[in-house]
Design a protein around this ligand. Structure first.
Ligand SMILES: *Cc1c(COP(=O)(O)O)cnc(C)c1O
Length: 344
């Protein structure tokens, strides 16, 4: 909700479109709102990302990214299978997205559905080299098709932050071994790291990128997966065996696309950037007392995301402190998502 609930510019973009065309299948057809949004997104994101695939949630954008990566290797005749992921990551709640995310009480019952991946550890500050060494030895052993990462911040896994140079080095190793690099920016897009896209924070360009939360300013569900031209071209053929087979009825919904465009307009033309910086510096001042307080640990901040660990006696995802905190804050008009304890 970057611009607040029901921002008039976004509301009127949806209203205008609602009387023109509200839905049409996007497979084999196109429409202006989607074309315009795609052009605007490509202008704002790194130049090497040249194509946009529309879907309707963060989880789906990740499924699409994984399928693009495996499809690419399959279609160019170098079949590779086992995906590399970062420990503690979260990529969504559909089966593929759960498979590349952390395992825990929240997906234990569906284990039979999940496929095997190779996790690399997310090491503590000062021991980052372990993450990079692990990635390197995975590549040495058997070259994987793709590495999927949450950029700079692992969100649902506990707002775990890692430095930009680690991201840069992971990308360099992937490049060295010709491994595709997916940046899941579903959570970090739209100003959360201080800039519109997290990729503006570092010069690391992914081969495939996922965006969703906040894409329409919180008004309608929409997601995009952006990719390099050669990944698109590997699927673009008169041989229909090579087609990228992913479709859902509401892909690039004509009402959601103008909402996203209006949101991007606001980002480009309003004080959104200034407000994000003001919020970030307000948070920076507010965290001081927590740093000195022994009841808390790991006080950290990136952009407008501030996190701290409350020390508890019963650790683990289902620790009893979670529901208590939720009730406490609810009485004070602060909504907490019903997640578990994520301290590691
Ligand atoms: C929330 C989230 C998703 C899933 O998005 P949904 O729209 O809830 O399906 C995927 N990746 C990351 C990093 C997320 O934070």
């Amino acid at each position: 909700m970057t611009h607040g609930h029901c921002h008039p510019h976004i509301v009127s973009a949806i209203q205008d479109q609602a009387s023109k065309l509200n839905q049409v299948i996007f497979a084999g057809y196109t429409h202006e709102p989607a074309e315009e949004l795609a052009a605007q997104l490509l202008q704002l994101t790194p130049a090497s990302l040249e194509y946009v695939f529309f879907s309707d949630s963060g989880s789906t954008s990740v499924e699409v990214a994984l399928k693009m990566a495996l499809g690419y290797w399959n279609n160019i005749g170098k079949r590779r299978t086992r995906i590399v992921v970062m420990q503690h990551s979260y990529h969504g709640d559909t089966v593929g997205a759960m498979s590349v995310g952390a395992r825990g009480p929240f997906n234990a019952a569906y284990e039979a559905l999940l496929f095997d991946v190779t996790p690399i550890p997310l090491s503590a500050i000062g021991r980052e080299q372990e993450t990079l060494d692990a990635l390197y030895s995975v590549c040495e052993e058997q070259i994987p098709p793709v590495l999927i990462v949450e950029r700079q911040i692992l969100g649902a896994g506990g707002m775990l932050m890692y430095p930009a140079w680690v991201l840069r080095e992971m990308k360099r190793i992937c490049q060295e071994w010709d491994v595709l690099f997916i940046a899941d920016e579903v959570m970090t897009g739209r100003g959360r790291t201080g800039t519109l896209f997290a990729c503006e924070q570092t010069d690391v360009t992914p081969d495939i990128a996922c965006y969703s939360k906040g894409l329409t300013g919180g008004s309608l569900p929409l997601a995009v997966t952006l990719c390099r031209a050669d990944i698109f071209e590997a699927h673009y053929s008169t041989d229909r065996n090579l087609t990228f087979y992913h479709s859902s009825a509401y892909t690039a919904n004509p009402l959601a696309c103008p909402a996203a465009k209006a949101n991007l307009d606001l980002w480009q033309n309003s004080e959104a950037g200034t407000r994000v910086s003001a919020l970030a510096s307000m948070q920076e001042r507010a965290i001081d007392p927590f740093i000195a307080d022994p009841r808390f640990a790991n006080v950290r901040r990136t952009g407008t995301i501030t996190a701290l660990d409350l020390k508890t006696s019963d650790p683990g995802y289902l620790a009893s402190i979670g529901p208590k905190l939720q009730a406490f804050f609810k009485h004070r008009n602060l909504l907490l998502p019903p997640l578990g304890n994520t301290s590691t």
